[in-house]
Design a protein around this ligand. Sequence first.
Ligand code: SF4
Ligand code: SF4
Length: 87
Amino acid sequence: MTYVIVGNCINDTACVDVCPVDCIHPAPNEIGFKTADMLFIDPKFCIDCNACAEACPIDAVMPAHKLPKHFRHYQAINAEYSIARLK
Ligand code: SF4
Ligand code: SF4
């Protein structure tokens, strides 16, 4: 399982600050942060701790299995970003 960030993310980095495994990108010190429309969770490293969901001020992050239908495509968007950033 993994957590997923959905498109109404406001890039305030509250989730980045609390993630124990640093699997939310781009972080403020990484390439692409200033131009990113949203942040993304790498499903390979997410340990499902829920810290990001608790920290997010606008409920823009949630467990993949609880994504409402209109947000389900964001699971693939988060995963694809995570693969692309390591190439
Ligand atoms: S659930 Fe935990 S490990 Fe996964 S992205 Fe959120 S804070 Fe990081
Ligand atoms: S805490 Fe929420 S709004 Fe802020 S960067 Fe993370 S997912 Fe986006």
